[in-house]
Ligand binder design. Structure first.
Ligand SMILES: *Cc1c(COP(=O)(O)O)cnc(C)c1O
Length: 426
């Protein structure tokens, strides 16, 4: 009785607090309007969600009995394969899981070594850790922030079995061809991390098709989004068979997780993209409080494998993916156009423009620039002019985990100085 009463009071108090929060937010916006300031700043979220994606998410929430049917996942994989000029595609819940599947497919074993860039995400390192494989860090170059070929040769030992190269910020990595030929010379497998550069082209072929196996991400800050999602891609039949072995053992995520993901679709849309987001953002967040998915858990940051790790993609997520793939080329074209404005900004302000590898077409997920360390530590200057919120990834060698790799001085320079500007502005 007493606890019911307490709960009722707590609920009323909660409603009141939310009302105050909403009122405060709107009052603050009215003041901004009066001062002629921007009501919202472009977010770090990639913003390729539109009303049509929201419609799919809402209809999926109403039709839960279709959630675990495999057919639309197959359609999604086939659509991506055709678009990416690749033969075999397997859809997982995250690119990090696609990487775990790739490690399995390549038959990498505990004790093996893999050379990876010393400027990466903790989740990439984790996939190797979880498999007992030693990651050896190679330094990067500062033109495209990719693995520097001249560092790799020195790191090859008899235990080295693979190289992971990455294409960051939507660029094609500078030493692509040299890295492929070093791998060939030493009989190493090549894994391409294309998480940030889906759709970038090198010599008339999409990246990811040059190595043995590639991973792509559709997490919410990437080139296209299903909030969370990852793909493992290969053109080799033997590796596809092994990927399939991993894939068929992988579980679907729980319903509660899918429910949250679908909610995050419209929370993100109304918060960051909708023309009336300046008043809807706070409202949608209050209405669906606690429904937003977080992409990396605290335990993952500490290198611990989470219980939910290793899932394949279920149909509702794939249906959003299919819709996103319809729009990806148009969004990438917009990104390339916006990047020209950033080129002008760099020339005016005395900064180096990112390097575009000859014969390549980048997608410019973000526009990376090396600025003074103090301008990375505190990026508020950019809110005023050029009027955007810059991204600061990566903030450490093994982002976001604190600590420095002494063996990678150029990666450390990027950690101190590389910020990235958005290329989809609304
Ligand atoms: C985001 C990202 C990943 C991980 O992708 P998830 O889908 O979140 O697992 C891996 N590598 C790079 C370079 C990334 O940017």
């Amino acid at each position: 009785m007493r606890s019911n009463l307490n709960n009722a009071i707590r609920f009323k108090y909660h409603q009141l607090a939310q009302g105050v929060r909403f009122g405060y937010h709107q009052a603050r916006n009215l003041v901004k309007l009066d001062l002629g300031q921007r009501l919202t700043s472009p977010t770090l979220v990639a913003n390729t969600l539109d009303q049509d994606d929201v419609k799919i998410a809402k209809s999926e929430l109403k039709n839960r009995d279709h959630w675990f049917r495999a057919d639309d996942v197959t359609v999604y994989e086939k659509t991506f394969a055709d678009w990416n000029q690749s033969s075999y595609v397997f859809a997982f819940m995250e690119a990090r899981v696609a990487l775990s599947a790739s490690i399995y497919a390549l038959n990498l074993k505990p004790g093996d070594e893999v050379i990876i860039p010393g400027y990466t995400c903790v989740v990439v390192l984790n996939s190797f850790r979880f498999a007992g494989i030693k990651a050896v860090f190679g330094d990067i170059e500062l033109d495209t922030y990719g693995l520097a070929a001249e560092c790799v040769e020195n790191l090859v030992t008899p235990k080295t079995k693979a190289i992971l190269l990455h294409h960051l910020y939507g660029l094609v990595c500078r030493d692509y061809e040299q890295l492929l030929s070093i791998a060939q010379k030493h009989h190493l497998s090549v894994i391409e991390d294309c998480a940030m550069s889906t759709g970038a082209v090198f010599k008339d072929r999409k990246i990811g098709n040059y190595g043995d196996i590639a991973i792509y991400s559709s997490e919410q800050t990437k080139v296209f989004t299903t909030i969370q999602g990852g793909l493992a891609v290969t053109n080799r039949k033997d590796l596809a068979d092994r990927l399939k072995g991993f894939y068929s053992q992988a579980a679907y995520p729980q319903e509660g997780y899918i429910d949250k993901l679908l909610h995050t679709v419209f929370i993100n849309y109304f918060s960051f993209k909708h023309p009336h987001r300046w008043w809807r953002e706070e409202l949608v967040q209050i209405l669906h409080e606690g429904k937003t998915l977080r992409s990396t858990t605290r335990e993952e940051e500490q290198g611990v494998k989470p219980a939910h790790y290793g899932c394949r993609m279920p149909a509702p997520v794939a249906r959003i993916g299919i819709n996103q793939l319809r729009k990806i080329d148009a969004y990438n074209q917009t990104r390339r156009e916006t990047s020209q404005n950033w080129d002008t900004w760099c020339r005016r302000n005395g900064y180096q423009q990112p390097f575009v590898v000859p014969d390549s077409t980048p997608v410019f997920l973000r526009y990376p620039v090396l600025v003074e360390p103090e301008n990375k530590r505190d990026t508020r200057w950019a809110h005023v002019s050029p009027g955007v919120t810059p991204g600061v990834w990566f903030v450490s060698n093994i982002h976001p985990v604190a600590g420095e790799l002494k063996s990678c001085p150029r990666a450390n320079t990027a950690v101190r100085r590389c910020i990235n500007f958005p290329t989809l502005l609304f």
